[in-house]
Ligand binder design. Structure first.
Ligand SMILES: NC(=O)c1ccc[n+]([C@@H]2O[C@H](COP(=O)([O-])OP(=O)(O)OC[C@H]3O[C@@H](n4cnc5c(N)ncnc54)[C@H](OP(=O)(O)O)[C@@H]3O)[C@@H](O)[C@H]2O)c1
Length: 319
């Protein structure tokens, strides 16, 4: 990591929205891709980028739902993509590359959280496969277009990364499943992916970032029972938000949009962001704030890249 993992004083607050961070930024002529860009934070990200002039490709696991959410929005085009299915990732990448277009911004936003134990592909744990391996494959396959674009790749992680480093001795949870450790590992993988991608891509003028968007009530919580969210103090029995730190989806989209577009980050990369700024290192007290050392360790990042290349058989940067 060449950029120090310390706030730069962006001037934006925890409540700034995606629209706020884009004020004065003209994205005309830029092509962006947002995975999951039709729900929750992704939907607000797509709208904000399109409103700033970008053309936005939204590859969707559920194209009909994407059409319903985004139909009629100027500058947005839909396609099909299931990140849990490498065949689908390859097919989408082939279709995109065949257009010959340059890609200036990629926001790896799609994700699943705390799912019941699910296996995909050759038996991969679904959160690691969907949140990390699918995006790893997508970016590597799209690399020729991303390299020509010379822009940014943004990996949407979470403060959930504090829950677990990469479990090198049991990455696929073959010795017992824990839905929160699996989410934590997958979100640590999102941070490490940006660290190593940035190291590999900087030479081509492409930079990579990761981030925590904040806590936002979205369909992401679909696998949690109401009782679990009540017990966590997130909602009351009627489903109303209780946690005053929750952001709106427009506020939740701000950090990823800032990481993808802000001139304040010119010449920087490989860092984890939070609250529309580069995050500080996590405090030793164990609070879920800032970034854990294990998530930005360059050796861990290289090791994860190697594992991902071996598992998927895809690597745009063979040594
Ligand atoms: N909300 C929060 O509090 C929070 C906090 C920290 C981090 N995050 C991160 O923010 C990102 C966006 O979350 P969100 O809250 O906006 O959740 P969301 O509303 O559930 O959106 C997630 C998107 O990912 C898509 N997706 C899931 N599995 C997919 C697959 N196999 N292939 C392609 N797309 C797939 C979903 O598609 P379908 O709708 O078709 O399922 C949906 O469009 C996630 O990476 C999440 O980990 C969120």
């Amino acid at each position: 990591m060449t950029t120090p993992q310390h706030p730069i004083g962006s001037g934006f607050g925890a409540r700034s929205t995606a629209e706020d961070v884009l004020r004065g930024i003209d994205l005309s002529g830029k092509l962006a891709l947002v995975t999951g860009g039709y729900s929750g934070l992704g939907l607000e990200t797509t709208k904000a980028l399109a409103n700033a002039g970008a053309r936005v490709v939204v590859p969707a696991r559920r194209p009909a739902a994407a059409k319903e959410a985004l139909g009629g929005l100027d500058g947005v085009e839909l396609d099909e993509l299931d990140l849990a299915d490498l065949g689908s990732v390859r097919a989408f990448a082939d279709r995109f590359l065949a257009t010959g277009r340059d890609l200036h911004v990629v926001i790896d936003n799609a994700g699943i959280m705390a799912t019941p134990e699910t296996r995909v592909g050759p038996g991969w744990e679904a959160q690691f496969a969907t949140n990390h391996l699918g995006h790893y494959a997508l970016v590597n396959l799209l690399w020729p277009a991303i390299a020509r674009g010379g822009g940014r790749v943004v990996s949407v992680s979470s403060a959930g990364h504090h829950r677990s480093p990469i479990r090198w001795d049991d990455v696929q949870f073959e010795r017992g499943y824990d839905k929160w450790l699996a989410y934590g590992q997958a979100k640590t993988a999102n941070v490490l992916f940006a660290v190593h991608l940035d190291a590999l891509a900087e030479e081509a003028g492409v930079r990579a970032f990761s981030l925590h968007p904040g806590g936002i009530l979205t369909p992401l919580q679909r696998h949690l029972a109401k009782e679990e969210m009540v017990a966590a103090g997130w909602i009351d029995e009627e489903g109303n938000a209780l946690d005053t730190s929750f952001k709106t989806p427009e506020q939740g989209a701000a950090t990823q949009v800032w990481a993808a577009t802000s001139p304040q980050l010119a010449g920087m990369g490989g860092v984890y962001c939070e609250n529309r700024d580069i995050a500080p290192p996590a405090p030793a007290t164990g609070e879920r704030f800032g970034v854990r050392d294990y998530a930005i360790d360059p050796d861990e990042a290289a090791r994860l890249w190697h594992l991902s290349a071996t598992l998927t058989g895809i690597n745009a940067f063979p040594s």
